[in-house]
Structures are given as structure tokens and as C-alpha cells.
Write a protein that binds this ligand. Structure first.
Ligand code: ZN
Length: 46
């Protein structure tokens, strides 16, 4: 769970994007790799 509760709009945004483990860029959850640095990211079921 996350530390704090944000606005609903930000919640939806956070569900659609995740942070690249390598460069920290916002990567769409359904993308297989980071568009910024090209690091392959694991797809999450949820
Ligand atoms: Zn990256």
C-alpha cells in the first residue's frame, strides 16, 4: 500500500503508469519496456 491517500485523479494516473526501475520515468503499465531508457519491465497482473 502507498503511504498517503491522494486525489482520485492521481490515483487513476498512478494505476495507469508505473515508475521505471532504472531511470524513474513514468511508463505505461501495459508497455513492455521504458520508452526513455529501454529497460524491459515486468508486466503486473494488477
Ligand atoms: Zn527507464
Amino acid at each position: 500500500m502507498f503511504g498517503g491517500r491522494r486525489k482520485q485523479r492521481d490515483d487513476l494516473f498512478d494505476r495507469s503508469f508505473r515508475e521505471c526501475v532504472d531511470c524513474g520515468a513514468d511508463v505505461y503499465v501495459l508497455a513492455e519496456d521504458c520508452k526513455d531508457c529501454g529497460t524491459a519491465l515486468e508486466l503486473r497482473a494488477s
